[in-house]
Design a protein. Sequence first.
Length: 273
Amino acid sequence: MPIELRRVRSLFENHAKAENSRFLTREVANRMRERLAVMKINPIRILDGGCGDGCDLVFLSDRFPVAQVVGIDASLEMLVYAGKQTNGKVDNVCGDFGLLPFGRSTFDMIWSNLALHWHEDITGVFGEWERALGPDGLLIFSCFGSQTLEDLRKSFAGIDRYSHVLPFNSMHDIGNRLVAAGFSAPVLEREWIDVTYTSAEKLLADVRALGGNPLADRPKGLSGKRQHEKLLENLNARRTHNGALVLRFEVIYAHAFKEAQWMGEEKIVSIFR
């Protein structure tokens, strides 16, 4: 199911609308920062792939004050907002983080928070990130895994013939693609984040704020009243024993280094929680 990158860009053009999902991206960013804190690195050039509103750019420029920090995002509106956040301390580029306008070995570190799953060609993205990293450069990112929003996916089943939830990649598949792109012994961790709601309408509003549906086969018009009522009925049928609705996110954290020189057999380290 192909993703329309133009649609992804338009879904994030409205910063105010996307603000409702910041609780999740900020929580995941904090967990990424904890992982970065134990790494002994001193990068001089850093890229934030899919930098969005620039909160991580602020962190990266503060964490590595002598480094040149660059953000790339497809949404011009987000980059304008990011520029205000960073007070001109970083360089922002409007473009596709899977087709980088930078030369080989430009960066010492690439950071990306909850952006990878919005790109349909993660193999191509990893190839570009490997190309843009210098020898021994660090890649650290987070993304949603294959079980994310599974209850929502099931709630849509039978309502119409369209796909409403992204087909997120599995941790195993992501690890294999990292190795194939030339990264050394990637370490992948998986955690679950559950967000609870009392209202099905609020749950759906947050799903839309997280980015909505950019799939090419999505319904192009508004859903009918009966379809919406059926969706709410299906969601409410999945309430827990205490009456709560749950959005479950499988969050994958990964880091890997670009091999300075090919050393032979690779392996993937997977951590389940």
